[in-house]
Design a protein around this ligand. Structure first.
Ligand code: SF4
Length: 372
C-alpha cells in the first residue's frame, strides 16, 4: 500500500480513505464528499485493497436463470421497458408446467444453482400461483435456490390476498422461497420515487418488507438504481437507510449498484433522461459501496448487465467481489440451446481468469460450489 498511501496524502478525501484502510467506514457526510470527489481511481485503490484483503484474488458467480413469470403489470414505472398492461396482445404469464420445463432444461443444460424469479405486478395472480411454483422447484430441483419476488411484488400479492406482507412472506417461505432480490428499491427517497415510479411502494414500505423478510430468516440483496433524477444527497440517504437496516438485521448478503439505462423507457421518451451514466460512474459507485458497507454487507456485485463484461472486470478491481449470475434467458433455455448471445459460465470464468483471479462458482447463499 506504500504507493497508495503516497497518493492518498495528496487527495482531499485522504482522511476518509485512511479511515477506511484502518477499518472505519465513512458516515453520511464522508459519503457525500466521496460522491463529490473526482478521485475515483484512488477510491478504487482503497476499495480494491479492502476487497482483496477479504476475498484474495478471487471472484464469484452463480449459474442461474432469470424467470420473468409474467410481464403483466399495473404499476407503469417510467424507467421500465418490460411491462405490458393486462389484456395486451403481447402480455404473458407462464404456467406451472412452463416454469417446470424451463427450470428442468436449465438444470440439465447449465447445472444452475439459482432461479431468479421476478415479474410484473399482475393483479390476476393469487398467492397459490407462487406457492405452487416454489414448492415444485424445491421438490424437483433441490440444488436450485429460489431467489425471488421483489418487495413490491410481495406487496402486490398482499393486496390481491387482502393480507399482510408478513403473512405473505411467511407462506412463501413455507412453500420454498429462500431469498429476496433487492429490486424495487431504485433510490429509497420518496421524492425520487414520485417521479420515476409513482405507483410503486414507498421507501418506508421497501425497508419494512425487507425487515419482515429478514426477521423470518429470508436473506436478501439490496440494490440501487442510479443515474436518473436523483441528487447526490438522495444517494447518501439510500446508502444509509440500508446501513441502518443491516445494522439491525444483518439480512443483506449483497449490494448491487446499477445504472439506469434509458432506452425504450418513458423517461427517455419524455426527455427526462437522455443517456446513461456510463463506466466511470459505475466504478465510483462500486468503490463507494465497498467503502460504505465494508464489514457490514459482505458482497458487492458488479453489474455486467448494463455495462458489459469489460466493465465488470474493472469493477472487480474497484471493490466488487461477485460477478452476479449467468442470467441465461429463458427463451434460450426453452428453445435451441444456443448460447452465443448470453453470458454463460464459460464467458464469466474466462473474464475472471483474464484478470488473474480465481473463479469461484457459488450457490444462492454464496457458499462455494467449486474453484478453478
Ligand atoms: S413494477 Fe416492475 S414490471 Fe411493473 S412497471 Fe415497474 S419495474 Fe416494470
Amino acid at each position: 500500500m506504500s504507493q497508495t498511501t503516497e497518493q492518498i496524502q495528496k487527495s482531499d478525501i485522504k482522511d476518509i480513505l485512511e479511515n477506511s484502510i484502518n477499518g472505519h467506514r465513512p458516515g453520511p457526510e464522508d459519503c457525500m464528499r466521496l460522491l463529490e470527489s473526482d478521485d475515483v481511481h484512488l477510491m478504487g485503490l482503497v476499495s480494491g485493497h479492502l476487497t482483496r484483503k477479504k476475498f484474495g484474488r478471487k471472484a464469484s458467480f452463480v449459474n442461474n436463470i432469470i424467470l420473468n413469470y409474467t410481464n403483466v403489470c399495473i404499476t407503469d414505472c417510467k424507467f421500465c421497458a418490460f411491462y405490458r398492461s393486462p389484456g395486451a396482445d403481447d402480455s404473458y404469464t407462464l404456467t406451472l408446467d412452463e416454469i417446470k420445463s424451463r427450470v428442468q432444461a436449465a438444470s440439465e443444460m447449465f447445472k444452475i444453482r439459482q432461479v431468479l424469479i421476478q415479474g410484473g405486478h399482475n393483479p390476476n395472480l393469487k398467492i397459490e400461483y407462487y406457492e405452487d411454483a416454489f414448492r415444485m422447484i424445491r421438490e424437483k430441483f433441490p440444488q436450485v435456490g429460489v431467489h425471488g419476488l421483489s418487495t413490491s411484488e410481495i406487496d402486490m400479492i398482499a393486496r390481491v390476498e387482502k393480507s399482510s406482507t408478513y403473512e405473505v412472506l411467511s407462506r412463501l417461505k413455507e412453500s420454498g422461497l429462500q431469498s429476496i432480490p433487492g429490486a424495487g428499491a431504485e433510490i429509497l427517497v420518496d421524492s425520487v420515487k414520485d417521479v420515476i415510479s409513482p405507483k410503486k411502494i414507498s421507501s418506508a414500505d421497501w425497508i419494512r418488507i425487507m425487515d419482515e423478510a429478514h426477521s423470518l430468516g429470508l436473506s436478501a440483496s439490496a440494490t440501487m438504481m442510479y443515474g436518473h433524477v436523483e441528487k447526490k444527497s438522495d444517494i447518501v440517504d439510500h446508502f444509509f437507510k440500508i446501513v441502518k437496516l443491516q445494522e439491525k438485521t444483518k439480512g443483506f448478503m449483497a449490494f448491487i449498484p446499477w445504472n439506469f439505462e434509458p432506452n425504450n423507457t418513458l423517461m427517455h421518451e419524455e426527455g427526462i433522461v437522455e443517456y446513461g451514466t456510463g463506466g466511470i460512474q459505475l466504478l465510483k459507485m462500486i468503490a463507494i459501496s465497498r467503502l460504505v458497507f465494508d464489514g457490514l454487507i459482505p458482497h458487492i456485485q458488479s453489474s455486467w448487465l448494463t455495462n458489459g463484461v469489460g466493465m465488470a472486470q474493472l469493477a472487480l478491481q474497484y471493490g466488487a467481489d461477485d460477478f452476479g449470475g449467468t442470467l441465461i434467458g429463458e427463451e434460450v433455455v426453452s428453445c435451441t440451446g444456443a448460447r452465443s448471445t448470453e453470458l454463460t459460465d464459460k464467458i464469466i470464468s474466462d473474464a475472471i481468469h483474464q484478470i488473474g483471479y480465481q473463479v469461484e462458482e457459488r450457490d444462492n447463499f454464496y457458499n462455494s460450489v467449486s474453484i478453478s
